[in-house]
Design a protein around this ligand. Structure first.
Ligand code: ADP
Length: 545
C-alpha cells in the first residue's frame, strides 16, 4: 500500500520560490569585482534568476546542457545556481585556480555551451577560449560599461545586457528530481580531475541536512559569510541552505585577505562564517597584531582539511567564536560529518571536550560510514583502530561523470564510496581522520599520521604553516619530516621545534628533520599540495642517509 501524501519532486527551483515567498526581503550583500558593495534581496534574486532562465531558453539551450561559471562568490553567481539548474540545465562551476590547460580540458569534457565569468578571469578566458570550440556564448559577469572594448574574446557580451531585457515571468519547469543540476570537478590533488554530477534531489536533501542544528545550524537569525568558494562543491551547499532558511547572505567576492574579510564581518554584522583553515589563518594573522575583536561573529565552520587544534582554541578562547569542525568531499556534496558535542559531554572538563572537538565529528543523518581493513572487514568503533573510511548516502556519488563507478559492494549488495581517507571512529560515533591514505607515513610497519605531526608544529607560536611528508628511509621505509613557514618576524631553530615535540607524541613519531621553506604550495582550493612539496624536495635527503 502506498502512502497518500502529495508527491512533489525535490527541485532547486522550489528553494528559490520558497525564498521569494517567505523571506523575499531577506538581504544578499556582495562585494563586487568592481570593488563596491552591492545589496539586494531574495526577491530580486528570484526575479533575475527567471530572467536568466528566459535568456537560456532564447539562446537555444536544451534540457541538461551545461553552463559553466568562472566566478567568485557573489549575487550573479547565485543567480546562475538557481536560473541554470531551475530551468533544467546543469551549472558547471569551474575552479579558476586551476591551470588553463586543465580548465580547457575540464570544459571540453563537460561539453559546456556557455561560459559566464568574472572579469578578474579574463586572462584565463583568453587563454582557453580558442581551445573550447564547443562553447557558443561567452558572457562577462559585469555591467555593460565595464565590458572591455578589446577583450580578445569574439562575441563577448555583458551579463547585464544579456539578461537585462528579458522578462522576469517564467514558470519553473517540473521534472524528475533525479535530473542533474550541477557539477564540480575534484581539484586534482589526487590525479586527473573527475566530476561529481549532483542532482536536484541530492542537492535539496543536502540543503535540508546542512541546516540542521548539529550540522551547520543555519537560521533566519543568521548573517552568513561563505568564504568557501562557490566554484568548489557549491560553497558547501550554503547558497541552497540559505534560500531554505532565509538567512542574510554576505558574499566576499574576490577580496579574501584577512583585512577585507574582517571588515566585511564587522560592517555586515556577520554571525556565521565558513571556510578552509588557510583562510582563517590569514584572518587570525590580521586580527592578532592589531588587537582586533569580533563584535557579532558567533560561529565558524572550518573544514576541507584538518583544522589544527591551535586554531580551534584561538577562535574560542581569544575571540569567543565557536568552531565547528567539518569533514566532506566533492563526491559527497560535500558534507559528511560535523563536530558538535552530545548532551552527555556538556559537563566534561574543557580539555576533554577539546579532544572531542578536534575530531572531524559525527555522521549527518543521510550519511552512513564505516571503517574497514585491507580485506574489507568492518573494524570496531573504539577510537583507536584505524582503517579505510567508506560512506554511502543519497548525496554521495554513485559514479563519476563519464567515468568509473568507484563503489565497493557489501554483502547486502549496497555500494560504499571509498573516501581515500584513513580514520578512527569512537564509541560515540565521532570520526577522526588520521590521514589521507596516500599521505600516511609508513615507518617500520607502523603508521604515522601527518596531520598529528602538523598539528603539533602549528601549536608552536612561531609557526605559520606546517606540512609533514614521508621521506624514503633504508631501514624504516619512510620517516616523517616537517616543512614549515614561520610567522613574520618569528625565529625558530630546527632543534627548538624538535624539542617542542618531546612529550607531545611517541618518540618514534617525532619528525627526523625540519625544513624551513618560504611557502607551502597550496592547491586550487587552498589545501596544502603535498605532491608539489614532494617534487620541490626531491633532492632532499634525511640527515645521515
Ligand atoms: P580534492 O582536494 O581532491 O579536491 P575535496 O576538496 O573533495 O578533494 O577534499 C576531500 C578531502 O579533503 C577529504 O577526503 C579529506 O582528505 C580532506 N578533508 C576534508 N575535510 C577535512 C577535515 N576536516 N579534516 C581532514 N581532512 C579533511
Amino acid at each position: 500500500m502506498l502512502g497518500l501524501m502529495q508527491s512533489q519532486p525535490l527541485l532547486i527551483s522550489s528553494l528559490i520560490e520558497f525564498a521569494e515567498r517567505h523571506h523575499g526581503d531577506g538581504e544578499i550583500v556582495s562585494r563586487r569585482v568592481e570593488g563596491d558593495i552591492h545589496r539586494y534581496t531574495y526577491r530580486d534574486l528570484a526575479a533575475r534568476s527567471r530572467q536568466l532562465a528566459n535568456a537560456l531558453d532564447e539562446a537555444g539551450l536544451a534540457f541538461g546542457d551545461r553552463v559553466a561559471t568562472l566566478a567568485w562568490n557573489g549575487y550573479r553567481h547565485m543567480e546562475m545556481y538557481f536560473g541554470v539548474s531551475g530551468s533544467g540545465r546543469v551549472v558547471h562551476t569551474v575552479n579558476p585556480r586551476l591551470h588553463p590547460e586543465q580548465i580547457a580540458w575540464i570544459m571540453n569534457h563537460a561539453e559546456d555551451q556557455i561560459l559566464c565569468f568574472d572579469l578578474t578571469f579574463l586572462p584565463l578566458v583568453q587563454a582557453v577560449h580558442a581551445k573550447c570550440a564547443g562553447v557558443k556564448k561567452w558572457v562577462a559577469l559585469c555591467d555593460p560599461d565595464r565590458l572591455p572594448a578589446d577583450s580578445g574574446v569574439p562575441g563577448l557580451v555583458s551579463y547585464e545586457t544579456w539578461i537585462g531585457a528579458k522578462s522576469s515571468d517564467y514558470a519553473w519547469p517540473q521534472f524528475d528530481e533525479n535530473t542533474a543540476s550541477s557539477m564540480c570537478y575534484t581539484s586534482g590533488t589526487t590525479g586527473n580531475p573527475k566530476a561529481a554530477l549532483y542532482s536536484h534531489r541530492s542537492t535539496v536533501l543536502h540543503a535540508y541536512a546542512a541546516a540542521l542544528p548539529d550540522v551547520m545550524c543555519l537560521s533566519a537569525r543568521d548573517a552568513v559569510l561563505p568564504v568557501v568558494p562557490m566554484f568548489h562543491v557549491n560553497a558547501w551547499g550554503i547558497p541552497y541552505s540559505a534560500a531554505l532558511t532565509g538567512c542574510k547572505l554576505v558574499f566576499p567576492g574576490p577580496a579574501l585577505d584577512g583585512k577585507s574579510i574582517y571588515e566585511l564581518i564587522e560592517a555586515e554584522k556577520v554571525t556565521y562564517a565558513a571556510g578552509v583553515p588557510t583562510v582563517w589563518q590569514m584572518l587570525l594573522g590580521h586580527l592578532r597584531p592589531a588587537g582586533l575583536k569580533f563584535s557579532t561573529l558567533k560561529r565558524t565552520v572550518i573544514g576541507g582539511s584538518a583544522c589544527p587544534p591551535a586554531m580551534i582554541t584561538a577562535f574560542q578562547d581569544e575571540f569567543g567564536v565557536e568552531v565547528l569542525h567539518a569533514w566532506g568531499m566533492t563526491e559527497m556534496s560535500p558534507l559528511g560529518t560535523l563536530c558538535t558535542l552530545k548532551n552527555k559531554q556538556l559537563e566534561l572538563p574543557k580539555d576533554e571536550q577539546m579532544k572531542i572537538l578536534q575530531k572531524q565529528g559525527r555522521a549527518i543523518y543521510g550519511v552512513d560510514m564505516k571503517i574497514v581493513d585491507g580485506d574489507g572487514k568492518e573494524l570496531p568503533w573504539d577510537g583507536k583502530t584505524y582503517g579505510d573510511l567508506l560512506v554511502r548516502g543519497p548525496w554521495i556519488i554513485e559514479s563519476y561523470y563519464k567515468g568509473e563507478n568507484p563503489l565497493i559492494q557489501d554483502a547486502q549488495g549496497r555500494g560504499w564510496f571509498p573516501t581515500g581517507d584513513v580514520a578512527t571512529i569512537d564509541a560515540d560515533g565521532f570520526m577522526q581522520i588520521t590521514d589521507r591514505s596516500k599521505d600516511v607515513i609508513k615507518s617500520g610497519g607502523e603508521w604515522i599520521s601527518s596531520i598529528d605531526i602538523e598539528n603539533i608544529a602549528m601549536a608552536h607560536p612561531a609557526v605559520a604553516m606546517a606540512a609533514c611528508i614521508g621521506m624514503p628511509h633504508p631501514k624504516w621505509d619512510e620517516r616523517p619530516i616537517v616543512a614549515i613557514t614561520l610567522k613574520p618576524g618569528a625565529e625558530l631553530t630546527r632543534e627548538e621545534l624538535l624539542a617542542f615535540y618531546e612529550g607531545k607524541t611517541a618518540k618514534w613519531q617525532i619528525p627526523d628533520d625540519v625544513v624551513f621553506v618560504d611557502a607551502i604550495p597550496l592547491g586550487a582550493t587552498g589545501k596544502m599540495l603535498k605532491t608539489r612539496l614532494r617534487e620541490q624536495l626531491k633532492d632532499y635527503r634525511l640527515p645521515g642517509i
